[in-house]
Write a protein that binds this ligand. Structure first.
Ligand SMILES: *Cc1c(COP(=O)(O)O)cnc(C)c1O
Length: 369
């Protein structure tokens, strides 16, 4: 493989234990939408299921059905609202749905399918959900129609930000949600996402947390102390040259390199998910040494300058760490969120799952799951 994501399953298992502690033993719903943030939803679900996670959150009906098609039998909640035309399939595949307004509640009642429902309340995210003041009548309606309400939840918008204003805002959201924590006979009450788990894990009477990016040892503000980093993006040296004259490098001639400099070409590009914004600003690591990216990142390749420390050592095929320990700094460098770096990994990037430091499962374009 030319470019692959290494995903350390031992670190994932370690993190689950820690997250359980951080959330004061609440049940963990693992959020594995967007192909488990690029880590591979099916493999991650199977692994987490073995680690005792029995409920998963995905974004869409199709993501949920993919998991069912690969024999994931645990509970699955579709988080991102619902469409009426999805209800039959949601029932057939034994999925849980999120209902965000009265119209949807009526649609579900009309179909009479006995689908498990989580009621979503908007406490300040400003995206989807009932107004807090409408929840009571929603629950009343649900009771009259004999609907199967098994959850009530809300979502935090700035839980991963540490500035004073954000902390206050999150506290307000938690405060608004408090009245729903008192409701009895609903199985799951949940509001905490990764940032929430980290900073407000002791939160009162909720009994389920929605754990997303924290599974991989990172969150919106960086690596998390006490958790292990799960993900590393790796690639290989494809070509090496020592310049015989001053030269322009890559598309657009945005970089000049000097005679005598050593330039290596690496088999990773923006079509793998390594963003073009890293052109002339980022670096990669070879033999433990940072090598600055020169010129524009191409679709399938990029060029780096080889520092003198490793000029004698470097060879074609050498392993390159494209993003590892520095993933958070990298996201800052080009001003995007770490979520985007993860979820941008493309289909052709191999996924190599490690156990005890060696490949345990390898998924790529020619060998699947
Ligand atoms: C994506 C998502 C999460 C998980 O978010 P993280 O920040 O990755 O923990 C939780 N809840 C909802 C509703 C989501 O959409």
């Amino acid at each position: 493989m030319r470019t692959w994501a290494e995903i350390d399953l031992d670190s994932l298992a370690y993190n689950i234990k820690k997250i359980k502690k951080l959330s004061h033993n609440k049940e963990i719903m693992a959020i594995i939408k967007a192909d488990a943030y690029g880590m591979g939803a099916v493999t991650i679900a199977r692994e987490l299921s073995n680690l005792g996670i029995n409920i998963f959150g995905v974004s869409s009906l199709e993501e949920a059905i993919e998991l069912r098609n690969y024999s994931v039998t645990d509970d699955i909640l579709i988080l991102a609202g619902m469409y009426e035309e999805e209800l039959e399939l949601a029932k057939r595949y034994n999925l849980q749905i999120t209902v965000t307004n009265f119209d949807q509640l009526e649609q579900v009642a009309q179909k009479d399918l006995d689908i498990p429902i989580h009621i979503k309340v908007d406490t300040g995210m400003g995206r989807v959900g009932f107004n807090p003041g409408d929840v009571k009548s929603a629950l009343k309606f649900a009771k009259e129609k004999n609907l199967n309400i098994i959850g009530i939840y809300s979502h935090l918008s700035v839980a991963d930000e540490s500035n004073e204003e954000s902390i206050e805002y999150t506290k307000k959201q938690l405060e608004k949600f408090k009245e729903f924590e008192k409701i009895e006979n609903i199985k799951y009450i949940h509001i905490l996402n990764s940032g929430g788990i980290l900073k407000f894990g002791e939160n009162r009477k909720d009994n389920l947390v929605r754990s997303g990016i924290i599974l991989y040892g990172v969150y919106g503000e960086g690596l998390i102390e006490g958790l292990k980093r799960v993900f590393t993006l790796k690639s290989k040296v494809l070509f090496i040259k020592t310049l015989e004259e001053d030269s322009d490098i890559s598309y657009g001639r945005t970089a000049k390199a000097k005679k005598g400099e050593m330039i290596a070409t690496i088999s990773v590009g923006y079509a793998d998910g390594f963003r073009r914004e890293f052109s002339n600003v980022g670096d990669v690591e070879i033999h433990g040494i940072k090598c600055p990216i020169v010129g524009k990142v191409c679709m399938d390749m990029l060029m780096v300058k080889i520092p003198k420390e490793i000029k004698e050592k470097i060879e074609i095929g050498d392993e390159v760490i494209v993003m590892g320990e520095d993933i958070f700094e990298k996201s800052k460098l080009i001003n995007i969120s770490i979520y985007e770096l993860f979820t941008g990994l493309s289909r052709r990037v191999g996924r190599v799952y490690l156990k005890h430091g060696v490949p345990h499962i390898v998924n790529n374009l020619i060998g699947k799951i």
